[in-house]
Design a protein around this ligand. Sequence first.
Ligand SMILES: Nc1nc2c(ncn2[C@@H]2O[C@H](COP(=O)(O)OP(=O)(O)OP(=O)(O)O)[C@@H](O)[C@H]2O)c(=O)[nH]1
Ligand SMILES: [Mg+2]
Length: 423
Amino acid sequence: MADLIDLKELEEKVILIAVSTGDEDGTPASLDELSELASTAGAVTVGRVIQNREKVHPGTYLGKGKIEEVKELIWELGATGVICDDELSPAQLRNLEDALDTKVMDRTMVILDIFAARASTREGKIQVELAQLKYRAVRLVGMRNSLSRLGGGIGTRGPGEKKLETDRRLIHQRISQLKEELEDVKRHREITRQQREKNFALSGAIVGYTNAGKSTLLNRLTDAGILAEDKLFATLDPTTRSYRMEDGQQILLTDTVGFIRKLPHHLIEAFKSTLEEAKYSDIILHVVDCSNPQMDMQMHVVKETLKDLEIVDKTMVTVFNKTDRLEGQGEDQIRQVPRDFSADYQVRISARTGEGLEELQKILQTIIRNRRVYLEKTFPYSQAGRIQRIRKYGQLLKEEYREEGVAVEAYVPAELFAGLYGD
Ligand SMILES: Nc1nc2c(ncn2[C@@H]2O[C@H](COP(=O)(O)OP(=O)(O)OP(=O)(O)O)[C@@H](O)[C@H]2O)c(=O)[nH]1
Ligand SMILES: [Mg+2]
């Protein structure tokens, strides 16, 4: 992940820390993910500590005894910091930093850091900076300690080349300024969306857990040329492409930022305008990596996040991806065909090999057709322009040139239907 690391920076060696509140809460898997996040942000994991507790310690995250243990471990392993698997309160951050006498980070900080390095468009950068500033505004005390101690590393990176503010008054000024800029961008987006609606094209948003294969799918369907990588959060900015199907109909598909468990609240807030693409789309394509052992948890996280974003009552298509990885895993696995009965449609595909894409296309065609109106009419030759519109926005099934005009059978968008009658 060399692209994220400034080589001159001191390599951070971190110990991951989590509190497990039950046997089945998936803490080890969550730490695996945190370790991947840390490495994406340029830190090496040198140790892990899980404390079993009824709940997180309100003052110090871990209990007293465990803190002593971690302190020794830091010394033994030569760690330069610790990362907690939950978002810490300002007090927890400060207290833990005092107790451990080392740099303390949390999951949110790491995710924000990755987003900061990845943001490339104006909108993406504004959104990330806003989320970072809101996170920092209440944590300046603890953070300043870590800043002076390390002078770089996770938690200090801003989007692009920008260094983050450390003055509270300036932070609040900057937050208002960014909010205004974001409004600007939003207005622009609104206009584009309205123009799109005039085109009568249906739209679909591709959502899903990070690394599920969303960008790979859009690339496969539309030659979008989006960067798809085996990395967390490879995509931040939405890309929209028109997908023309074999029957000539088209649908606008948008690739979106991936979700993850414990997605920082500030990020969801900040990325709302990006995720609005999903809110205003007609169809949600939920891409699931069905080769991932954590599949069920990941699907749950995506569904909950969609609920948080008030993205409900959409036509849902669950797309189980990476089926190529399931093959050769033996009889036992094959019997466990992934299913999602809460979705309107489900399909199993491999965006890599192309398997199942025809079925996905059929599903999309069915959805489009269900939203269209059947039309059977003979247009006089003077109204040839209307047939053009049907061809462009609908699906022309039959076109027969007769003496009195052109006899047409077609499926057309309901919005277009009325305009096709009359003189
Ligand atoms: N084996 C296999 N790998 C796949 C398939 N689809 C995607 N991948 C791989 O999975 C990794 C992630 O793919 P992306 O398309 O970047 O995933 P994403 O959902 O866009 O991820 P983010 O943008 O990070 O949220 C890449 O290494 C892809 O090559 C598939 O059908 N089979
Ligand atoms: Mg992507």
